[in-house]
Design a protein around this ligand. Sequence first.
Ligand SMILES: Cc1cc2nc3c(=O)[nH]c(=O)nc-3n(C[C@H](O)[C@H](O)[C@H](O)COP(=O)(O)OP(=O)(O)OC[C@H]3O[C@@H](n4cnc5c(N)ncnc54)[C@H](O)[C@@H]3O)c2cc1C
Length: 341
Amino acid sequence: MMQRADFIIVGQGIAGTLLADALLKRNKSVVIADGRPVTPAASEQAGGLLHAGAGKDLAPDPFFKQCLDLAIPLYQSLEDHYQIECITPKPLLIFKDVPNLKEVDRQHHVWLNSHFHFTDSPKILQPAYQLNVVSFLAAARRFFKTHQLLLEEVFDSDKLLVHSDGVVYSNVEAKTVVFCDGTTSMHSRYFKNLPFIKNRGDVLYLHIRDLSPQFVYEQSVRLAHREQQHWWCGSNHQWDYNDLNPDVLWRDNVLQQLTSWLKIPFEVIQHTVAERPTTAGQFPLAGMHPGERRVGILNGLGTRGLTLAPWYATHFAAMLCGEISQIPGYNYARFSKWLNG
Ligand SMILES: Cc1cc2nc3c(=O)[nH]c(=O)nc-3n(C[C@H](O)[C@H](O)[C@H](O)COP(=O)(O)OP(=O)(O)OC[C@H]3O[C@@H](n4cnc5c(N)ncnc54)[C@H](O)[C@@H]3O)c2cc1C
């Protein structure tokens, strides 16, 4: 039997999840296809940090601040909706000189001193937040599954039929399909010409006892708490590579840095790699295919996808529902060859 929906969303990373949520809030019906292909989703490998700082001096950026102001209440409301706790205020403690930032309160020096080697007082970036992305996406997936909105399979775009008034995939008929499939779109027949660039990041998962999870810590790498005594440690940005094998040189380097930074023992549990869906100039992609008006994309969220996704998903949903004609601040001229508003 055919299932009918307003939208098929391909991919249940942060982009697909938030777009589905924004469309459901507008009383649209959605089917989300995600079968977990071979490469890990960027969203699940993210450190989970959200803040509005930009550039080397981490000065507040007005657009990122707008995105953050929208993102935090949205994630908080989804905590209720999905019945989880996933977004936490989490200042970033930086163990290097960032002139614009304040020093961390002296009251923290005693315990910091027993955990870290440092000479100058660490700096503090706040407001900053940590999203527990893994729990968040798992809870959203449970919700979609319970409400029979999830198609648990790898979407094969060669099997997608696109008509002037809708699309058909397998036994689902929809008005529109939106690809939120991360790096898969780089090779897609609809969007491969968009200016994607490859960017991979290695992550070490560490076991560290007795480190306070009230901060995210940064020196040459970042340490972000995951669960119990597990810590996320990353990451690098590699633009030129041929495979997604763990970078052993990077790991050895990081282990040396950690040894000279941490006074407490740590142990490596796992080393993983993921690709960030990134574009030249780090501009997200949110729009419709110029030739196939039933085929859209939300992608290219780059290195700060967790801060940007709420903004782009919310406004793109409003655009798909005819409430607005363009995403505020979005320059469609930049992508006019490949993407329409
Ligand atoms: C190491 C690392 C650290 C990061 N740290 C941060 C951070 O601290 N803060 C921050 O804001 N951002 C961070 N990012 C960036 C952030 O993770 C990304 O911008 C964001 O997750 C991209 O989300 P997405 O939904 O577009 O793509 P993805 O998360 O890649 O999701 C794509 C989804 O599509 C599915 N999919 C793909 N192909 C198919 C198919 N054919 N059929 C069905 N499903 C398919 C995948 O299974 C996946 O679920 C980090 C990224 C990396 C790699």
